[in-house]
Write a protein that binds this ligand. Structure first.
Ligand code: 9UX
Length: 72
């Protein structure tokens, strides 16, 4: 089954950043759903842990120039 992970994202300063991060996440194999909030700097991702890990999701965000860390 899928898991839901919540994470903090640093470095988002405008609404286009949100679209960028959501787009990055939604293109990843194993990610089923991704929503990102600018005012809270939080994101939530539903993912298949057999396909992608929390660490791989964080790395994809950081590769795009943002900071990211899972909180649960
Ligand atoms: Mo807005 Mo974000 O001009 O990387 S898109 S700051």
């Amino acid at each position: 089954g899928s898991l839901v992970g919540q994470f903090t994202i640093g470095g988002m300063t405008c609404a286009a950043c949100v679209n960028s991060v959501e787009g990055i996440l939604r293109k990843l194999d194993g990610v089923k759903r991704a929503v990102v909030s600018l005012p809270t700097s939080l994101g939530e991702v539903e993912y298949d842990p057999l396909v992608i890990s929390k660490e791989e999701i964080v790395n994809a965000i950081e590769d795009a120039g943002f900071d990211a860390a899972f909180v649960q």
